[in-house]
Design a protein around this ligand. Structure first.
Ligand SMILES: Nc1nc2c(ncn2[C@@H]2O[C@H](COP(=O)(O)OP(=O)(O)OP(=O)(O)O)[C@@H](O)[C@H]2O)c(=O)[nH]1
Ligand SMILES: [Mg+2]
Length: 452
């Protein structure tokens, strides 16, 4: 773990030319910058304009706005100084080089300010993750969700649950201590069961109402275009992307790899994937392409399964078998190249969800509207915060399973039940970073850039 007694500094704003650049300094010696460069102390938490000088030569560097946040009332919980300078490369470079010469100062590592905020109990892990998401947010929906999480909504929910489990644990310990006094054990037993059943229900509701919605908002809704070779998959991708993202030819088996395009549909981030046409083949490259296509299909949020009546399409069975295990959430059957089949009996009789033509653009607007409709139904405002990462789901499910074990067991085995509760509490504690998370920290803070 990086040393907490060192004072760290970094450019917190983006590098390059800008009106203003912000440098941030955090640690026990942060205040020395003000004394040595600005010629004396300033009021805490009040913007103060000062000419900053090189402490060695007294040469003026830039006139800057200074902010001083004494510990513990700062982002990191340590003394923080912020320098708002003119955002030129020369000013920033000179300030950084001067800071490097201060005693016990060093350049911050990526995410180190956030990490110190966590170490000093300013933010829990889910809030830190929310902050990373807020910095990376591209759509308004992502921004809203990330802001809420960074303010601790998810952390509070999980911490509240953990506290209830700790209460139940204390009661189970009492059961162990007073096991010979029957009326006590009965009333305490009922109390514990009530707490656990209620909590189990809340956790199940949370898992169910979240679904994959929070993750979809964060990572993008995953839409896969699939079907037999040559049915017009890549052509549809190009129409949706409004550019030639994928190669289109009349030769079946053109697309081999997954081609990904990021789009925003109805304010929602959507990852559209074009895949290799699915068929029996002996070609090694095409086989690999089909294997990759099937992988993407299995965890898609929506599959657009394209059908061209001229091309053999026996392989939709793949989807039906997949759906029985882990398969895509939704599959729409789409008649492709509708311009060729306008009056044909085939199209009239078939059970398609939609008919489109990438050549004439017929049906494309309807398709986009339909996707927007699906996304809007996913986007209902939430009264409780959503799970936004697979990490959250894993731990919440672990806690839920431990509570199930508790409910299926007998309170006569009080030691075993205490262990069930301990497991549930540990899983929730890992979520907020209360316990046992050292190995997780590097991963989470590594998502930040320097200066955050
Ligand atoms: N008439 C008509 N032709 C189309 C339409 N969409 C695609 N095509 C033609 O169908 C052929 C195959 O199109 P692609 O988009 O490459 O099909 P694909 O499904 O990606 O094919 P593979 O990558 O080989 O699996 C090309 O010759 C396209 O010009 C359409 O809407 N109408
Ligand atoms: Mg293709």
């Amino acid at each position: 773990m990086p040393q907490l007694d060192e004072t760290i500094y970094a450019l917190a704003s983006a590098s390059g030319r800008a009106g203003v650049g912000v440098l941030r300094i955090s640690g026990s010696r942060a205040h020395e910058v003000i004394v040595q460069m600005a010629g004396g102390s300033i009021q805490a938490r009040q913007a103060t304009l000062r000419l900053l000088r090189d402490p060695m030569t007294a040469e003026p560097i830039d006139r800057c706005l200074l902010l001083w946040f004494p510990a513990p009332h700062s982002f990191t919980g340590e003394d923080i100084v912020e320098i708002h300078c003119h955002g030129s490369q020369a000013v920033v470079a000179r300030l950084l080089s001067v800071l490097a010469d201060f005693q016990d100062y060093r350049l911050a590592e990526p995410g180190e300010f956030a990490r110190r905020a966590f170490e000093h109990g300013k933010m829990d892990l889910t809030a830190i993750e929310g902050l990373a998401d807020l910095i990376n947010a591209e759509t308004q929906g992502q921004r809203r969700q990330a802001l809420r999480q960074s303010e601790g909504a998810l952390g509070k929910l999980y911490e509240g649950w953990r506290e209830q489990i700790l209460t139940a644990s204390a009661l189970v310990e009492a059961l162990i201590d007073f096991s010979d006094e029957e009326d006590i054990t009965q009333s305490v037993g009922t109390q514990v069961e009530e707490i656990v059943v209620k909590l189990h229900n809340s956790i199940s509701d949370h898992l169910e109402s979240s679904g994959r919605r929070g993750e979809q908002m964060r990572d993008g809704f995953r839409m896969v275009i699939a079907g037999a070779p040559n049915v017009g998959k890549s052509s549809l991708l190009n129409v949706l992307a409004k550019r030639d993202a994928a190669i289109v030819t009349s030769e079946p088996g053109t697309t081999r790899d997954i081609i990904e395009v990021h789009l925003t549909i109805g304010g929602f981030p959507v990852l559209v994937m074009d895949t290799a046409g699915i068929r029996q083949t002996t070609g090694a490259v095409e086989q690999e392409g089909i294997k990759r296509a099937l992988e993407r299909l299995s965890d898609a949020d929506l599959v657009l399964w394209l059908i061209d009546p001229q091309e053999p399409d026996e392989d939709i069975s793949i989807l039906t078998t997949m759906r029985s295990t882990q398969g895509p959430e939704q599959v729409w059957r789409i008649l492709s190249k509708a311009d060729l089949y306008e009056n044909s009996t085939k199209t009239a009789s078939k059970d398609f969800d939609l008919a489109i033509s990438s050549k004439t653009n017929d049906g494309i607007g309807t398709l986009i509207c339909k996707i927007e409709g699906l996304l809007a139904s996913n986007k209902q405002p939430q009264s409780s915060p959503l799970i936004t990462r697979a990490r959250h789901r894993t731990e919440v499910v672990t806690a839920q399973m431990a509570l199930s074990t508790f409910m299926n067991g007998s309170l006569a085995d009080a030691e075993l039940r205490a262990e069930d509760l301990r497991q549930a509490a540990t899983a929730l504690g890992r979520l907020t970073g209360r316990i046992d998370v050292e190995e997780l920290l590097g991963k989470i803070f590594g998502e930040f850039c320097i200066g955050k």
